[in-house]
Each structure stands twice: as C-alpha cells, then as structure tokens.
Ligand binder design. Structure first.
Ligand SMILES: [Zn+2]
Length: 179
C-alpha cells in the first residue's frame, strides 16, 4: 500500500538540487556545511570555516539561510569582518551593534547575488526570512542598555578653527586657483 504523500515528498526535485549546488559552492569558497541542533536558522564560524544549518528547516528556508551564511563567508573572505565591520552579538554599545546590523544586511545582499550566479530563483520566502532575521537584530539594537546608548556631541569638543579652510576656499576659486 502506498503511503499518503507527506509534505517532503511534494518538494520539487530542483530545490534539493539547488541546495546541493549551494553546499558545493560553499565548499569551493572554503566553508564546510553541516546540520545541527542550533537555535538560529544558520551560523557561520570563521575559526573553523564551518556553516551550521539548523535541523528541520523547510526546503526553501534551507536555501534562504544557507545563502545568507554564504554571504557571511564572502564578507569574511574579503577581509571586511575586521576592517569594515566590528560588531559581535555580545557588543554592548550602539555603534558596534549598528555595525553588525550593517553586516547582516550585506550578508543577505551577497546571498542574493550568490543565488543569481548559481541560477537559483528566489521567491518571497527569501524576503520573509530576511525580514524575520533583521527584525530580531533591530530589536537587539533598540534593546541596547541605556548606559551604552548614543552620547551627544559636546560642541566645545568641535574644532574652533574652520578645518575646511586649509586649502583655500574651494568653490570660490576658479580652475587656475585664482579667486
Ligand atoms: Zn547573519
């Protein structure tokens, strides 16, 4: 007797192929992909060059979140983790938290590009995954403890001399440097 179809049997075969293709590309990029019982949908650990995907994700979300983690690998490989971004999930203050938020956006953006290069069509679930994930990070920024909040600039700390005046008045000069 034939078993009733379960949802996993209705998954188009190409979705499984797409995931396999992404895992292969990820290994080419230098990061291994494994499955684990983790809290978040995906994690990338630079020290071990390992992406862990949460067990039990839907076929679409497996692809969506793997693309995002591959985006993190790409950012790391470009050396931007330390130079442009310096936020960690235990960052106490707003600038570091915003920096991490910025990196998260870029990881989604790079994930979208990786999908395009791998000819994997994305659907609304990719945006949904991004919105869900980014919403959590935005909440985390807003939850910054008050003592680590933004400090206002003291006008007395600003230079009193006009720092823009050093090399002439700029727009007041013509091309020959004459006023
Ligand atoms: Zn991320």
């Amino acid at each position: 007797m034939r078993r009733p179809a379960t949802s996993s049997e209705k998954v188009p075969r190409w979705l499984t192929k797409a995931y396999t293709r992404l895992v292969a590309i990820s290994r080419q990029m230098g990061a291994d992909v494994k499955v684990g019982d983790i809290i978040h949908s995906g994690e990338f650990q630079a020290e071990t060059m390992c992406i862990t995907m949460k067990r039990g994700l839907s076929p679409r979300d497996r692809i969506n979140y793997l693309l995002h983690e591959m985006g993190h690998v790409s950012i790391y490989q470009d050396g931007l983790t330390e130079t442009r971004y310096h936020g960690e999930t235990d960052s106490p203050d707003i600038p570091a938290r915003l920096s991490l938020l910025d990196e998260e956006f870029e990881a989604w953006d790079r994930g979208r590009s990786i999908a395009a290069h791998a000819r994997i069509p994305l659907d609304q679930s990719f945006n949904d995954a991004m919105v869900h994930s980014m919403t959590e990070y935005v909440k985390w920024v807003l939850d910054t403890p008050r003592e680590f909040g933004v400090t206002t600039i003291d006008v007395n700390d600003l230079p009193q001399e006009d720092p823009l005046k050093v090399a002439g008045d700029g727009c007041d000069e013509d091309e020959n440097g004459k006023s």
